[in-house]
Design a protein around this ligand. Structure first.
Ligand code: IMP
Length: 190
């Protein structure tokens, strides 16, 4: 059975395909010829993830899922949140990180979490799967692995930032892998 993942990231697609039973053949947006910019105008991760899956149902009538992720920092009232990718107004992560560190200057509470929400549309039904990893923001950049805010985020129970961990280690505990595992457990039970 074909299931569309609302992404063009081949790495994400392969990661999820490896966890899902052979019953489901995952396809990307480019696989189905979808080149439109799917709107992402929600103010929560769930809304954005749902916008992606709703779009594919409305325009392609296909079973599908979409995801949305980001970083929530308690001392910044949950920012950057859904604006994680363009917090400073650009996609330049060194500027986005610099803005976070600037806003956190002098703040004692460093607690934060990465979150992922996946929205699945299967046989006309809507399902959500969430993953989160709690941690804290440090005031310098450490490590070169990973992407995004990884160099300033230390997950609880660890001394290294996500960017100092080997990818396999991050993948075992990340928000994305928790959400993906929940999605896969559900699909494999169908
Ligand atoms: P996306 O929805 O997975 O594309 O994530 C949106 C933005 O959140 C990314 O551009 C990153 O800035 C941030 N983000 C999401 N996941 C991670 C992560 O695992 N590490 C660091 N930053 C992340």
């Amino acid at each position: 059975m074909e299931l569309i993942f609302a992404t063009n990231n081949a790495h994400k697609l392969a990661e999820v395909q490896a966890l899902v039973s052979d019953k489901f053949i995952l396809k990307s947006l480019s696989d189905i010829g979808c080149t439109e910019d799917i709107p992402e105008t929600g103010i929560t991760f769930s809304e954005n993830a749902k916008q992606k899956s709703d779009y594919l149902v409305q325009h392609y009538q296909l079973d599908c899922f979409g995801d949305d992720s980001g970083l929530e920092i308690d001392a910044l009232n949950g920012e950057p949140g859904v604006y994680s990718a363009r917090y400073s107004g650009t996609r330049d992560m060194s500027q986005n990180i610099a803005l976070v560190l600037e806003k956190l200057k002098g703040k004692e509470n460093r607690s934060a979490r990465f979150k992922t929400v996946i929205s699945l549309q299967l046989n006309g039904n809507q399902h959500f799967f969430e993953g989160a990893v709690e941690g804290k923001i440090i005031d310098e950049l450490r490590g070169t692995e990973g992407f995004g805010y990884d160099p300033i985020f230390i997950p609880n129970g660890y001394d290294e930032t996500f960017a100092e961990m080997p990818l396999e280690q991050k993948n075992k505990i990340s928000h994305r892998s928790i959400a993906v595992q929940k999605l896969c457990a559900f699909l494999n039970s169908q």
